[in-house]
Design a protein around this ligand. Structure first.
Ligand code: ZN
Length: 849
């Protein structure tokens, strides 16, 4: 299934397409069960072609007829498409095909969601719409005509003409087929306008179903802020007269950057104070920005082939993270980004699914929209920026946009602009793109005669297909504090390029305390045996907010690991340190909330595994519960003061300040509920006027097993709201008590509201279970079996969502023999399912190894 799968596609095998496409014209005659797609495509020989037969992709298409230069032709069926004899020079290809959007449950190509037609073409969905060279390096302008008796008919580009039952769109910017989009339905719009800095007046719309019209204002505001930010920070302007966003309920991912017509999972755009949490608002802002930013990083400059996916995704994630930091708080943004990186990417890197930021082979590209390509891809860009400096970065980016506008580019092109703009040799740095795994950095320190010496050594553990690793270029940001807490050496970026390297700092009057890897300057694991007192010192004094938080986190982790492995009691030093941070009013409430957050159970399992121990999920769960109780008891008064003081008065606003206060108050409530029997949570539940506080209270009640009444009330209140009901499902499966999780989730799947073909609902329930570490790893294996049963059911319906959910098993080798046996049984059962999709068979093959 893995390396020798005959379906494997290799980066090394790239060849240009035989032809170029000069113009595409598409006509859609919409009908749910039989849509006709009529294409007229102008091809010309590609001067860069290495020869070969003329091949067009096509899947599940019923060919009605095909013509070349007006003459009927009969193409030959080939694997995944057709071949055809074509003239030597330029020619026009015409084809009419029939497709069935109504029965398209995979949500790839043209499909229907709640009576609305919509498309998803990335990565290889366009071939399910018509015959075409469905590869990102074939770029062309598209004209589209849509015929259908629906009030709203949308496609990419600018509106060209419209009449009763039809509309025409024209997109002047050459684009690959994966950026094509069409939407048709009974929709209403939330309109606005934006004037670009050169004076282009742009019409903006968010299109939704009528009942959702009240949930668009925040997304629109985020869009306008994104447009302005990209002008100011990257000098990038919008390039069409209209920008449309559409919300759809059935969508496999978060959102899609189709040119001029972004399509969003409704969960990634719709928000109102009553129905969306602060976390939802924050996520919506970042996804709106992300998709908008793709207009330059992804659309104007796209990828030569899918191996270069990080070229657009890593860069665009980096840009949306910068944006969110600018709009909110850089410190909080960085901590959250690192939390997500560790939870998803480090986890991926430490198991059978580890792969380089630029993979070298795949069977199904959908399986490579991963945390490594996206989040580690963004980290790699952050390192580049740190190495060349802000000015070098902005010169390189200007060069990138001017040199490659209109291109389908590669990582080599990307690195070359940095080399040309800054004169720096990036050949060693390039290993970040090809070498998988999370580097470990070990730290040794010495102090002698006023000189502090820091010795760093790097190593990267083996990953599938890569037993030996070479040293990387690692920017390590370091600052030194004197024993009285003053910063004596401000942040300096050390460049670690060798396996082992020493750095010295002279003229110090006393042995300093080093703050290493400030701002998390590289995506590595810092292996540093540090005393609890030094960690507490950094938590109190570090001037780098990330490392300040990190010190507290490391302290809590050390304590938890000792509780888990030695049965130690909660360390009073940790409790004191946490209390000091919680009370410190000079600190942003959002930061304090993060500091009160304990390491996740999966994170602890990873840490135990990496230190050579076998994690026991139940022991981890118990230790975390015990520590939470101890914090609640020790910090009782502080927490109840915080709970009162952090109350936000006045109407709900989703801004970072208010959200931070609510986050700190929620952290306090979580602990307090362990002591007060849920009195505060119950009353908060009853009086909340926003979803953040309502859901927060519900979570606390669930946590202490007292949510029955609130759950029923919640359901009664929100049963008509799909996105809110996803929360109701997700919370219950995520917070089910360990031994009862499988049973509780099974009950949820029998609920009439469990619409399992809807990816959001499926993910709420099954993703919730997978994240409920102790419940998922129940020793009976009941949760493994339950998830597997549902994946087997979902696979033929929606392979993409099935394959993604399989990552729940990616850490399976970390656990004991019994659990491994149970998981293996289930994975093998899945692997043996007749007709298993390419998506899932590749994933299960790689996971089994
Ligand atoms: Zn993206």
């Amino acid at each position: 299934m893995s390396l020798d799968d005959p379906r494997t596609i290799h980066l090394a095998d790239y060849t240009p397409f035989t032809h170029v496409v000069e113009q595409v014209h598409l006509t859609f005659r919409l009908a749910p069960g039989a849509t006709r797609v009529i294409s007229k495509i102008a091809f010309a020989p590609n001067p860069d072609s290495k020869g070969g037969a003329f091949f067009l992709h096509g899947e599940d298409l019923k060919l009605i007829h095909a013509r070349i230069d007006g003459e009927s032709v009969i193409p030959n069926a080939a694997e995944g498409g057709i071949t055809c004899d074509v003239p030597e020079g330029p020619f026009t290809w015409e084809a009419e095909v029939e497709i069935s959007p109504q029965t398209n449950t995979a949500l790839e190509g043209l499909y229907m969601s709640n009576g609305m037609y919509c498309t998803q073409c990335e990565a290889e969905g366009f071939r399910k719409i018509t015959f075409y060279p469905d590869r990102p390096d074939v770029m062309a302008p598209f004209d589209v005509r849509i015929e259908g008796e629906l009030p709203v008919l949308l496609s990419n580009g600018n509106p060209a003409a419209r009449g009763d039952g039809w509309a025409e769109w024209s997109d002047p910017w050459p684009k690959p087929a994966y950026l094509f989009a069409l939407v048709a339905g009974d929709l209403v719009n939330h309109p606005d306008r934006f004037t670009t800095r050169s004076g282009r007046d742009v019409e903006l719309n968010i299109w939704v179903r009528e009942p959702d019209l009240g949930k668009c204002a925040f997304g629109m505001d985020a869009l306008k802020r994104s447009m302005k930010w990209d002008e100011e920070v990257y000098g990038r302007e919008y390039d069409l007269d209209i920008f449309n966003i559409v919300a759809v309920d059935d969508f496999n991912m978060g959102a899609m950057e189709n040119k001029g017509l972004n399509i969003f999972n409704s969960s990634a755009v719709l928000a109102s104070p009553e129905t969306a949490t602060d976390a939802n608002f924050e996520r919506i802002e970042s996804i709106i920005a992300h998709e908008y930013f793709h207009n330059w990083t992804g659309n104007r400059i796209t990828c030569r082939d899918w191996f270069q996916l990080c070229l657009k995704e890593g860069l665009t994630v980096f840009r949306d993270q910068q944006f969110s930091g600018d709009e909110r708080s850089h410190a909080v943004q960085r901590i959250n980004d690192v939390l997500a990186l560790r939870a998803r990417q480090f986890r991926e890197d430490n198991g059978p699914l580890a792969h380089p930021v630029r993979p070298e082979s795949f069977v199904e590209i959908n399986n490579f929209y991963t945390a490594t390509v996206y989040e580690k891809g963004a980290e790699v860009i952050g390192m580049l920026k740190r190495l060349v400096g802000d000015e070098g970065y902005s010169k390189a980016l200007d060069l990138y946009f001017s040199r490659h506008d209109g291109d389908a580019a590669t990582i080599e092109d990307w690195l070359k602009v940095f080399e040309d703009a800054t004169g720096r040799d990036l050949s060693q740095f390039k290993r970040w793109y090809s070498q998988a795994g999370t580097p470990r950095i070990a730290v040794q320190e010495s102090f002698d005669n006023g000189t502090y010496t820091l010795t760093l050594s790097q190593s990267t553990p083996p990953t599938p297909g890569q037993p030996d690793k070479e040293p990387l270029v690692i920017p390590v940001a370091v600052g030194l504090l004197s024993p009285n807490g003053d910063e004596v050496v401000p942040t300096r970026v050390l460049e670690l390029t060798e396996a082992e390297q020493s750095f010295t700092f002279d003229g110090l009057s006393a042995k300093p305390v080093a703050s290493i890897l400030r701002s998390f300057s590289a995506p590595v694991v810092l292996e540093r045996d540090q005393s609890a007192s030094e960690r507490a010192f950094l938590l109190a004094h570090d001037t780098d907010p990330f490392n300040k938080w990190e010190a507290g986190r490391a302290l809590a982790k050390d304590v938890l690991i000792r509780m888990i492995t030695e049965g130690a009691a909660p360390d009073p030093a940790l409790l004191t340190a946490l209390e000091n941070v919680a009370r410190d009013e000079t600190l942003d409430p959002a930061f304090r909330a993060l500091a009160l957050g304990l390491p996740g159970q999966d994170d602890l399992a990873q840490t135990l595994y990496q230190s050579g121990r076998t994690p026991d999920p139940l022991a981890i769960y118990d230790a975390v519960q015990q520590l939470r109780k101890a914090i609640a008891e020790q910090l009782g008064t502080t927490l109840s003061d915080l709970y009162d003081d952090m109350a936000v008065h006045g109407p709900y606003r989703p801004d970072a300040g208010d959200a931070g206060q609510r986050a700190l108050r929620q952290a306090a409530l979580g602990f307090l509920s362990l002591l007060d029997g849920g009195v505060r949570a119950q009353s908060q539940y009853e009086t909340a006027d926003n979803m953040t506080e309502q859901l927060g209270a519900l979570a606390c009640l669930l946590d202490i097993g007292k949510a029955e009444t609130a759950l029923a009330a919640f359901r009664h209140q929100w049963q008509e709201d799909r996105l809110v009901m996803d929360k109701w499902f997700g919370l219950q499966s995520g917070l089910a008590a360990p031994a009862k999780a499988a049973a509780a989730v099974h009950r949820l799947t029998e609920d009439p509201g469990f619409d399992w073909k809807n990816p959001n609902r499926f993910r709420a329930v099954m993703g919730g279970l997978a994240m409920n570490a102790a419940g998922f790893h129940d020793p009976s294996g009941a949760s493994y079996a339950l998830l597997t049963d549902w994946l087997i059911l979902l696979d033929p319906v929606n392979p993409q969502t099935t394959a993604r959910m399989l990552t729940a098993f990616e850490t399976w080798k970390h656990y004991d023999a019994d659990r491994q046996g149970l998981i293996r049984e289930n994975l093998e059962r899945l692997a043996a399912t007749p007709g298993l999709s390419r998506d899932s068979s590749e994933m299960v093959g790689r996971i089994l190894g």
